[in-house]
Design a protein. Structure first.
Length: 90
């Protein structure tokens, strides 16, 4: 069983406020997330272990973007998203 058998995937963008570590200027950035929601209909060919795993699974989001580019025209440097959280359970 694979994740694509259990979850539907959809891309979302969320706005977040970050400060560039180089020029220290704050701005709002669009960060892309991949939202995985559990399918309503479970696959038919599941054994007992797969069925238990399906029951335990939850909806979650995975961050796609790891690096942002500063919006300050004089800076324009790339920086890592400071949050270490790349997976969020819904």
């Amino acid at each position: 069983m694979q994740e694509k058998d259990i979850f539907d995937e959809k891309q979302e963008t969320k706005r977040a406020n970050y400060a560039c570590p180089h020029c220290r200027e704050r701005d709002d950035y669009d960060v892309r997330w991949l939202k995985r929601t559990k399918k309503r209909n479970s696959p038919r060919n599941l054994n007992e272990q797969d069925r238990r795993q399906l029951d335990k699974s939850r909806d979650y989001m995975v961050r796609v973007d790891d690096v942002l580019m500063c919006r300050n025209i004089r800076c324009r440097k790339r920086f890592d998203i400071p949050s270490s959280q790349s997976i969020v359970f819904i």
